[in-house]
Design a binder for this molecule. Structure first.
Ligand code: ARG
Length: 461
């Protein structure tokens, strides 16, 4: 077992079957830059504790720099014989620094405290990329809302016409969950910026190494309070996987709107050619594949979260090899979102809205009936009666196959003496949306205010 990190107490090397099962370089190679950053920090701690001379520290740093450059260029890669990224990089270090110097670095650290730290460093970096992707999507939402500040659309509950709302209000309703996702990432990072490095395999180091120094060198806030917890805890990974899943779900819900809006029956949006796909058999087809992939990939990131939680359940505390199974799901969630977010933002930024059609459909389905009821309340009618009267008006209009605004004076009077012709003042979609002017409502003035708040919260996160 030449070159491996362990083996002296074994009479034989690992069987081929074990080596194949155990191997992780095909996915943990993504941690190579972080492993080298950890080694640089650890070298500083070894030097501070007197285990490396000034000259040895300089030689170690130089070898690690050359190794990092070779990893980045691809000149150094994992070999078939390497079990994991840690073993491969120690081999690379020894090739560059020699056995005597290179062999000193492993003192006082374990792959257990290393891996627990590296996965945090990796996720902290990718959290920034993902947050950036979310910000670009929020920008696209805000730009569309700004371009259509007064456009009115049918607002729906149960997918049925309910009350008219502003398109900008609807678009911004997809912005707020994304703002909360940004805030979740920020809150998560405050827990993630803790360094298990120095915890060793489970119990801490006997060499007088300073875990706080390593944490500082790595740009983390502080060392883990408990070496056992530090090496064994993966709630930080699970929490990240949850946030990734929630982002997937938020995109999926928006995607579902886009898919519906893009049907012939709705006809609310046209997707840009650059953000739609065609059919191999039906030459006329133009499909909303980005939205559908978003909806589909939400299932995938939810699966990554549930798989990870299932792996963690029931593990005895301290490191167990099961923990190696944390990386593939969360790496996949990262890759998925990093691909999806830019495509989704591009789709939203380039969508064209048919605001004329939206406005035409907005009053259909008797969506102004609540406005009639509210008008009656303002005339002093108790809401219970107002609800009855407006409901009866809907029934009368439905029987005659007309809309509320087409009801003649006689019909209004027949339904209720409270229904004077003045009620027609509220039977416009513009009047309806303008009247919902409480905080958080769909009145144009409130939606504009809300947009400023949305932008501010996104930028602050
Ligand atoms: N590759 C392992 C992981 O991803 C770290 C190595 C720990 N191995 C061990 N035998 N203690 O979790």
């Amino acid at each position: 077992n030449e070159g491996a990190l362990w083996g002296a107490r074994f009479a034989s090397g690992p069987s081929a079957e074990l080596a194949a099962l155990s191997k992780s370089t095909h996915f943990d190679w993504a941690l190579a830059p972080y492993d080298i950053a950890g080694s640089r920090a650890h070298a500083v701690a070894l030097h501070a504790a007197g285990y490396l001379s000034d000259q040895q520290l300089a030689g170690m740093r130089d070898a690690l720099d050359r190794l990092a450059a070779d990893v980045a260029s691809g000149a150094f890669a994992a070999a078939d014989s390497d079990e994991d990224v840690h073993g491969a990089l120690e081999r690379g270090l020894i090739e560059r620094a020699g056995t005597d110097l290179g062999g000193r670095l492993r003192a006082g650290r374990s792959r257990n405290d290393q891996i627990a730290t590296l996965v945090r460093l990796y996720l902290l970096d990718h959290a920034k990329t993902i947050a950036h992707g979310i910000l670009r999507l929020i920008d696209a939402i805000v730009a569309q809302a700004e371009e259509h500040p007064d456009a009115i659309m049918p607002g729906r509950t149960h997918l049925q016409h309910a009350q008219p709302i502003l398109l900008a209000h609807h678009l911004q309703a997809h912005g707020w969950p994304l703002v909360r996702d940004l805030e979740r990432l920020r809150d998560w990072a405050s827990r993630a910026r803790v360094s298990p490095y120095g915890g060793g395999a489970l119990a801490g180091s006997s060499l007088g190494l300073d875990p706080a120094l390593v944490a500082r060198e790595l740009g983390l806030d502080r060392p883990a309070e408990n070496s056992l917890d530090g090496t064994a805890a993966r709630d930080v990974v699970a929490e990240f996987a949850f946030i990734a899943a929630q982002i997937g779900i938020d995109l999926s819900r928006f995607a579902e709107d886009v898919i519906l809006w893009n049907t012939r029956e709705f006809g609310f949006v046209t997707l840009d050619d650059g953000y739609s796909t065609g059919s191999s058999i039906m030459p006329q087809k133009k499909n909303p594949d980005i939205a559908e992939l978003a909806r589909g990939k939400a299932g995938r990131v939810v699966g990554n979260l549930t798989g990870l939680l299932t792996t963690l359940k029931g593990l005895p505390i301290a490191y167990n090899r099961d923990l190696q199974e944390d990386k593939e799901p969360v790496f996949d969630s990262v890759d998925t979102l990093e691909l999806l977010l830019p495509a989704f933002a591009g789709m939203v930024a380039t969508m064209r809205f048919d605001t004329v059609r939206m406005a035409q459909l907005a009053p259909e389905g008797f969506s102004l009936t609540t406005d009639v009821a509210d008008w009656l309340v303002r005339q002093g009618v108790p809401f219970r009666d107002a609800h009855e009267i407006s409901g009866a008006l809907v029934q009368a209009c439905e029987q005659r196959g007309i809309g509320l605004q087409d009801a003649a004076d006689e019909l209004l009077a027949e339904v209720s003496p409270h229904l004077t012709p003045a009620v027609r003042d509220v039977l416009t979609i513009e009047g309806s949306v303008a009247s919902r002017d409480g905080v958080g409502g769909t009145a144009p003035v409130r939606v504009a205010e809300q947009r400023a708040e949305l932008i501010a919260r996104a930028q602050a996160a």
